[in-house]
Design a protein around this ligand. Structure first.
Ligand code: NAP
Length: 285
């Protein structure tokens, strides 16, 4: 569909931004459904964040995505923030609701859908989370509504501790913070049913790195790695090689995008087209 005087605009902002797969993914979805929408990417410097958001409003954008490093910072420039996003402390999706810019967090929902569509039911399960960054916060807050117990292991213990303290204000299940060490990793994985890597370890170009020695992977474990470049990380490759269910970061990327797409367009997102497009774009890189 050509750009017209009626084309509805949306975008992603971050810094850097040139690696983002979201423009390819969303534009392919708009084209597939013949929607007169366009999705752009903007590298925004911190001192211009407020003006950028005001500019989107002045131009009546239907919404935008926010990525590193502005997921927390952008909150103060929004009119409203959804309760879950506020608890997580990060917004990755903004929706223009009749002139009101409202912030949401779709990372947690995206991860939840990736896991359930991947065949893993979270209810009452024991979950080991590696990492305590922005993505981990969204995932722990979302999974805690269903899980039986969550243990967060992070290289920097204080960050895991802060995450756990924040989440314990709102949920009742046992959630424990630990410093990432071989001994704790071994003990925690042994009793876990789902292992989630939310760290950037294994991401391109360091694709041969993994936090989890293969000998710790046991037969009752499902492994979910949110890194999406490459789609099959070393952790997932090793999990598959011993017969475990492995869920990749592309699933989460697409489902978090689908959630945003549906909020902006009120149409069901074409998941398979979005997945195919993202995989094709990654191959081109
Ligand atoms: P972040 O806030 O910067 O957090 C990074 C996390 O990785 C921290 O817990 C950090 O530990 C840990 N880490 C980094 N290097 C490490 C190392 N060498 N050893 C052990 N731990 C290490 O980043 P984020 O936004 O949460 O993103 C994390 C990853 O998830 C990235 O690869 C990102 O691309 C991916 N992601 C995927 C999706 C998706 O849709 N699939 C969505 C969001 C993010 P410290 O606290 O000790 O530094």
């Amino acid at each position: 569909m050509p750009i017209t005087s009626k084309t509805v605009a949306c975008a992603i902002i971050g810094d850097p931004i040139y690696h983002s797969l979201s423009p390819d993914m969303h534009n392919a979805a708009f084209q597939h459904l013949d929607l007169d929408y366009v999705y752009l990417a903007f590298r925004v410097q911190k001192e211009n964040l407020s003006e950028t958001i005001s500019g989107f409003k002045a131009l009546n954008f239907c919404g935008f995505n926010v990525t590193i490093p502005y997921k927390e910072e952008c909150i103060k420039y929004l009119d409203e923030v959804d309760e879950t996003a506020l608890k997580i402390g990060a917004v990755n999706c903004v929706v223009n609701e009749d002139g009101i810019f409202k912030g949401y967090n779709t990372d947690g929902v995206g991860a939840l859908r990736a896991v359930t569509e991947g065949g893993f039911e979270l209810d009452g399960k024991r979950i080991a989370i590696l990492g305590a960054g922005g993505a981990a916060r969204a995932i722990v807050f979302t999974f805690a509504k269903f899980a039986g117990k969550i243990i967060v292991l992070n290289r920097t213990f204080q960050r895991a501790k802060r995450l756990v303290e924040d989440i314990l204000k709102t949920v009742k299940i046992p959630i424990i913070a630990k410093k990432l060490s071989y001994e704790d990793l071994k003990a925690v994985i042994l009793e876990a049913e789902l292992l989630v890597n939310t760290t950037s370890v294994g991401m391109y170009p360091h694709t041969e790195e993994t936090i989890v020695p293969q000998e710790l992977l046991h037969e009752r474990l499902t492994v979910f790695d949110i890194v999406y470049n490459p789609p099959e990380t070393r952790l997932l490759r090793e999990a598959k090689s011993v017969g475990l269910r492995a869920i990749d970061g592309i699933e989460m990327l697409v489902y978090q995008g689908a959630e945003a797409f549906e909020k902006w367009t009120d149409k069901k997102a074409p998941i398979e087209i979005m997945k195919k497009t993202v995989l094709k774009s990654l191959k081109k890189e």
